[in-house]
Design a protein around this ligand. Structure first.
Ligand SMILES: NC(=O)c1ccc[n+]([C@@H]2O[C@H](COP(=O)([O-])OP(=O)(O)OC[C@H]3O[C@@H](n4cnc5c(N)ncnc54)[C@H](OP(=O)(O)O)[C@@H]3O)[C@@H](O)[C@H]2O)c1
Length: 320
């Protein structure tokens, strides 16, 4: 593993972080036995992963809690999140504090390293900042969380508007954002601010469905070509990102996706979500590989740098 500093939190974190939600939820989404999910978290830790991302709604906090039991608490960094809304109505701040308490019970720990407001849409940002952050900062003073952050909701905020503001506000120590080869908006909207303000970044949606469900990439590009948003040849190719796979380049589209995100200036932790041992091993391997060749990175920017909101699906459980 390679380690980096997560902004002003000072935490030394592996650049590959385990996502315990998404379409996989550590394999729970396809009915993996709990003991197997615990084993997979421990496997990731054995491979050097020390940043575990979970949330109250994922149903994986107790799995993470069990997995980290044998490890000295300061050797692993646990991030969790509380839901803040029911539809577009904010839930009371007391319920968010109660969610933190419940997360501590589920994780069977005295504190979380990072606590985040989960999936904050632009319309609710002001109230989260002005009313909810102060309440959680009081919990921080009590030692229940070490660092405060928030996550965006890419499917509901494709232009990344919430993070245009949050990335400029030093109250946040960590932000989680969607970023991938065909959704590069954070380069303009987020990373300049997080870098200027020392805010740590955790990347999600790096592979998601678009690069992992067979046929999804081709369907997406066909639709984009029909809208004249990408060149016609991308809409008709049966291997549209094949140009990335060559000697000295990527070994697969998924390898390219993780390497692309990992080496984006401003990216600290790249999350990968999986419930499959082989995927965990290969994804960590990809994240640790060198950057894609500069000409491939430039081509991805030329082809897709203008796109917003592509491939930001809600979680889709896998059948196999
Ligand atoms: N708003 C938010 O706060 C928010 C929203 C979304 C996600 N997140 C966090 O971000 C994490 C990462 O997002 P994500 O789950 O979308 O992860 P991801 O790494 O972008 O996508 C992984 C998806 O692809 C599959 N996959 C992974 N490696 C593969 C491989 N080598 N070959 C083929 N398929 C592969 C996984 O299922 P398999 O089980 O088949 O490997 C999973 O469904 C989540 O776990 C969650 O912790 C947060």
């Amino acid at each position: 593993m390679e380690y980096t500093t997560l902004g002003k939190t000072g935490l030394r974190v592996g650049v590959a972080g385990l996502g315990c939600g998404g379409g996989s939820r550590l394999g729970m989404a396809r009915g993996l036995p709990r003991s197997e999910s615990v084993r997979l978290v421990r496997l990731a830790m054995d491979l050097g992963v020390n940043y575990l991302d979970t949330a109250a709604v994922y149903g994986t906090e107790s799995i993470v809690g069990e997995a980290i039991k044998p490890v000295p608490r300061d050797q692993v960094h646990v991030a969790t999140k509380a839901s803040i809304r029911n539809g577009m109505e904010l839930i009371p701040v007391g319920d968010v504090v109660a969610s933190l308490e419940n997360s501590l019970r589920e994780l069977d720990t005295d504190y979380v390293d990072v606590f985040q407001f989960h999936a904050v849409p632009p319309a609710l940002y002001d109230r989260i900042r002005e009313e909810y952050a102060p309440a959680l900062l009081r919990e921080k003073e009590k030692g229940k969380l070490r660092h405060l952050g928030l996550t965006e909701t890419p499917p509901n905020d494709p232009a990344g508007e919430m993070l245009i503001r949050a990335s400029q506000d030093p109250v946040w120590e960590v932000v989680m954002l969607g970023f991938h080869m065909m959704h590069q908006v954070a380069r303009r909207n987020c990373f300049p601010g997080t870098q200027a303000n020392g805010i740590g970044t955790v990347l999600m949606f790096v592979v998601r469905s678009i690069f992992s469900i067979p046929g999804r990439l081709e369907e997406t590009l066909a639709a984009l070509a029909a809208e004249k948003k990408v060149p016609d040849w991308l809409g008709t190719s049966d291997n549209p990102l094949g140009f990335l796979i060559h000697e000295g380049g990527a070994s697969s589209v998924i390898d390219a996706a993780y390497r692309y995100a990992r080496h984006e200036p401003g990216a600290d932790v790249v999350l990968f979500g999986s419930g499959v041992e082989e995927h965990i091993r290969t994804n960590i391997g990809s994240i640790l590989r060198p950057p894609l060749p500069a000409e491939d990175v430039a081509r991805l920017e030329a082809l897709f740098g203008h796109l917003e909101g592509v491939g930001l699906d809600l979680p889709e459980p896998r059948k196999t």
